[in-house]
Design a protein around this ligand. Structure first.
Ligand code: ADP
Ligand code: MG
Length: 672
């Protein structure tokens, strides 16, 4: 059996299940094998009830002490019973599972796995998993994979499918050159894959995952080398000579550029006027003012008679840029258009035509900008914002679009210099270190849930002053559905707390791009006072009038991500505030969050966060967000990144033909 075969060639997977897998972007056996567990459950030896840690997943071995009680509470059926071991008793609670009455009988002993909480001075375990003592013996000390799921597709089905795929495929071919495997003593790829899905121990899991991370980084770096090969020496076919209007634009701004902004612009200008094509990264912390730099470059392109494209990772951000560029460059006669995945087909066709005829100067949008059908008349500059969401592959596709356009990449990812050189090896780097002078640093606090009422009062005062608020909702990994529900519920709960005239809306990933854009436009126009949102607002959104951000369950986020999030406030001249609600009792959680309390510097934060987490700490939140990798995280796996970089350098030194490696397009499409 070959890994390229469709998923329904596996026994037990029919067309219906295959469709569900499709929702997870799993179409072939290979895709399935790359659907890595997002977590693992371990089944430990039972502990004494007295010793069980509160708030953590534990296993107890206890006997049924009371009859199973069934109660109706509103639409819920509540099933409860009490169990005890020699050291204490626990009340078990299940919802909507009346059949349990037939399962548990007084005196019988079971194993229960779940989280114990204290409620009304009583130990309570909600919805525990239950096993007979015999069943549990077979599970013990194994790690069970927990897969990303979608409605209708259970973990059991996915686990079974992966298991049978691994068996059927048998030996999996090595993709890296053999000599590397030997030189770097790498474990066989297939073994690493099996061990990542079904590890026998934590140590083995770490080893296997690290091997896969190495593989990911390796292919990324090989492709980057190829891009560099292609672009570094490329001749500048679109020289810029006219800068008058751009200078006028800068003079006309309502503020003075910071030193960093000026320097970045000078470097860009030198590139664009030079003899080789520009490939530049502008790196600057959130709020450092990268957009205006991009706008100046776009204007320069247009005034030199060229077209330009401005690409963003989300439609919401693309729309914001579209509005910004349209407004700010209108006076200079720049004609803009917005092209996103959700743009209507008839509209798209019009845009394609106008673009080909040169009637559009600047095209703004999402990935849609680089699709095959988009043909430019003379594109000379491509800018991507928050580029870490774009892969090398997209950049390659882009540079294939025009002859060889200049590429400018804007990123707020605070990445240490040593890593930046590896990750962005194909780019020159400009760093904007300073913040606009008028900016007041955000005031931060880390507080417990009890502080909420005070926070709401404070928000109301800010709203009365005409400001706006973001509330980031508790993060639930489970699914988008649950997230949407959470956000909606949270909003409901606020309706009772705030006066009626306060307008509260929600934003979450389940919404259509149109809905999201609608909400963001209203929020931008000041028509919404409080926006309850998931992290969809994380990237790039600019509303200088928003002054408060409250983040629920802040302990569940990575520090770098929190820093990005709070960068949504403090973008205007008013004092802004970030309230982080820490719902964990653990001392370390608050300590970690306190780093954000003491610094507003993204670089410092990323470094401190890294120090706090051990290598291979892959259950934590991924710092680099959606970077490019399935498993790899440039922060957590910095060492592996360096090693993979050494591996590629070694191949280059040995004059190994790298382009041969990427010839096989299938590998290419998979690895990035
Ligand atoms: P980011 O670097 O996060 O993309 P933006 O470009 O969105 O930041 O800028 C954030 C805000 O700062 C915007 O409202 C922008 O108009 C403003 N801004 C940019 N540069 C300056 C400056 N030199 N002085 C004052 N405000 C500025
Ligand atoms: Mg930005």
């Amino acid at each position: 059996m070959h890994i390229k075969e469709p998923i329904d060639s596996l026994k037990g997977i029919g067309p219906k299940t295959a469709l569900l897998f499709g929702k997870l972007k799993v179409y072939t056996i290979e895709d399935l094998l790359k659907l890595y567990p997002r977590n693992y459950l371990s089944y430990e030896e039972p502990v004494d009830v007295r010793e069980a840690e509160i708030g953590k997943r534990v296993t107890i071995k206890a006997s049924i002490q009371s009859y199973v009680d069934i109660k109706k509470v509103r639409s819920l059926t509540l099933v409860t019973c009490t169990v005890k071991d020699g050291t204490g008793s626990v009340k078990l609670v299940w919802y909507n599972s009346p059949f349990l009455k037939q399962v548990f009988h007084i005196g019988q002993t079971f194993i229960f796995v779940g989280t114990i909480v204290i409620r009304n001075h009583q130990l309570v375990m909600e919805h525990p998993e239950y096993y007979t003592v015999k069943q549990y013996e077979t599970l013990i000390s194994s790690l069970q994979p927990v897969y990303p799921l979608t409605e209708g597709l259970s973990n059991k089905i996915v686990t079974k499918a992966v298991n049978s795929a691994l068996h059927l495929v048998g030996e999996i071919e090595e993709r890296m050159p053999k000599e590397l495997i030997e030189k770097f003593s790498l474990m066989p790829f297939g073994e690493a894959l099996t061990g990542t899905h079904f590890p026998e121990s934590m140590e083995q899991l770490t080893e296997c995952r690290n091997r896969l991370v190495f593989e990911e980084f390796f292919w990324f770096l090989v492709h980057m080398r190829m891009v560099r090969e292609k672009t570094v020496k490329a001749r500048n076919q679109f020289p810029f000579t006219n800068w008058t209007e751009t200078e006028k634009f800068i003079e006309g701004l309502p503020f003075i550029l910071t030193k960093g902004q000026k320097k970045a612009l000078e470097e860009i200008r030198a590139d664009l006027s030079g003899s080789t094509v520009m490939n530049r990264l502008v790196q600057g912390d959130v709020g450092s003012g990268k957009t205006v730099v991009a706008q100046a470059a776009l204007l320069a392109a247009v005034k030199n008679g060229y077209q330009a494209a401005f690409m963003a990772p989300t439609e919401v951000l693309a729309m914001q840029h579209f509005e910004g560029v349209s407004k700010d460059l209108e006076a200079f006669g720049v004609k803009t258009a917005l092209l996103c995945g959700s743009t209507r087909l008839s509209e798209k066709r019009k845009i394609y035509e106008a673009l080909a005829r040169g009637e559009i100067d600047v095209l703004i949008g999402t990935h849609a900008l680089i699709q095959e059908k988009v043909i430019y008349r003379n594109i000379a500059l491509v800018i991507t914002d928050e580029q870490h969401r774009f892969g090398v592959r997209q950049r390659m596709a882009l540079s294939r679009k025009g002859e060889e356009p200049h590429v400018l990449v804007m990123s707020a990812t605070p990445i240490p210099r040593t890593l930046a050189i590896i990750m962005y090896g194909d780019l020159d780097i400009s760093v904007i270190k300073d913040m606009p002078a008028s900016r007041k640093p955000i005031k931060n606090c880390v507080v417990g849930p009890k502080y909420r009422p005070t926070a709401y009062k404070f928000m109301l005062e800010q709203i009365k002053e005409g400001h706006q608020i973001y509330i980031i909702c508790p993060m639930v990994e489970a699914s988008e559905n649950v997230e949407a529900e959470n956000v909606a519920e949270y909003r409901e709960s606020l309706l009772d707390i705030f006066p009626e005239k306060v307008v509260i809306s929600c934003l979450h990933g389940k919404m259509t791009p149109d809905e999201k854009n609608g909400i963001m436009t209203e929020f931008g126009a000041g028509k919404i006072d409080i926006l309850v949102s998931t992290t969809v607002i994380e990237v790039g959104i600019n509303n200088p009038n928003a002054t408060v951000m409250m983040i629920e369950n802040a302990e569940k986020f990575g520090l770098a991500q929190l820093h990005q999030l709070r960068g949504r406030v403090g973008r205007g001249d008013s004092q802004s505030y970030c309230i982080m609600i820490c719902s964990s009792e653990k001392k370390e959680a608050a300590e970690r969050l306190n780093i954000l309390n003491t610094s507003n510097d993204g670089f410092y934060i990323a470094n401190e966060d890294l120090k706090l987490r051990g290598p291979g700490d892959f259950f934590g939140v991924r710092q680099s967000g959606d970077m490019l990798f399935h498993l790899g995280d440039i922060y957590n796996h910095a060492d592996i990144l360096k090693q993979a970089n050494d591996a590629v350098a070694y191949l280059e030194k040995e004059k190994y033909p790298l382009e041969k490696l990427v010839e096989d397009d299938s590998v290419y499409s998979i690895q990035l």
